[in-house]
Design a protein around this ligand. Structure first.
Ligand code: SF4
Length: 250
């Protein structure tokens, strides 16, 4: 759903063991656990640190294209409950994958750049799997930074908490496929009711948002795209982004 994370200085971040690396059994186990249930990730003692801890697998210090109308830093959280066959970020799928960036240091860097950037995008992976997403967002807001959340929409209960707490300013949510093809495009069984609930909640929230679909030509026909568009609530904006093959070295 998103561009791949890049290390500071524009270089691709180090390849991490993902779906095809030595962590494959772990990934497979996670995928199985998620199948149909989209279960909660395990919370570790370390995760319980006060102040909001995110497991971060990638970081972009500045982007003009990820937060509409703002220059923003982008944080890529580690771990996803989907397995989209075309995913650009396989290194971010394993929730136990390498934590390449320390959240406290990122907060420090963002504080030092106050006034130079206008916001932070929390992308992934799937950010709503992070147990401390809300306190982390609150800390960014306390720095005076607007927060945009990118989500696959599978965890409406977390979105509801974020909206109630008022810690996000913008939400971009993926619509992967028409309902009958959702499992194929998400790579796991997905309850459409969860996606629909997220969609309706975001649309009714009054905060800036858009829905979006990555048009993977081999998997989504023009008729599929039309069917997805028909799902978008009236008054919400919708973007179709072309699928771009990422070179193996990126
Ligand atoms: S939802 Fe997860 S698996 Fe799908 S494209 Fe995004 S990061 Fe990859």
């Amino acid at each position: 759903m998103k561009r791949g994370p890049t290390a500071e200085g524009g270089k691709p971040r180090p390849a991490s063991p993902g779906a095809s690396g030595p962590r494959e059994p772990q990934v497979a186990a996670f995928a199985t656990a998620k199948h149909g249930s989209l279960a909660e990730p395990a919370r570790t003692t370390q995760d319980a640190e006060p102040g909001g801890r995110l497991r971060i697998g990638g970081y972009l210090p500045a982007s003009f294209s990820d937060y509409p109308g703002r220059l923003a830093a982008v944080i890529f959280t580690q771990g996803c409950n989907f397995r989209c066959p075309w995913c650009h970020n396989p290194g971010l799928l394993d929730p136990q994958g390498p934590e390449l960036y320390n959240g406290e240091k990122i907060i420090g860097r963002l504080a030092a750049r106050k006034g130079k950037i206008g916001g932070v995008v929390i992308s992934g992976g799937e950010p709503t799997l992070q147990p401390d997403l809300l306190p982390f967002c609150r800390r960014l807001r306390d720095l005076g930074l607007a927060v945009k959340l990118d989500t696959n929409g599978s965890r409406p209960q977390v979105l509801a908490q974020a909206l109630t707490a008022g810690v996000v300013d913008y939400i971009a949510m993926d619509l992967k496929a028409p309902w009958e093809k959702y499992q194929q495009l998400a790579g796991v069984a997905v309850d459409p009711a969860l996606i629909r609930r997220s969609m309706e909640m975001i649309a009714a929230s009054g905060i800036a948002h858009h829905f979006r679909t990555t048009a993977v030509a081999d998997l989504l026909s023009p008729a599929d795209l039309a069917a997805i568009r028909a799902l978008v609530p009236a008054g919400s904006s919708y973007k179709v982004q072309p699928f771009r093959q990422v070179p193996p070295s990126a």
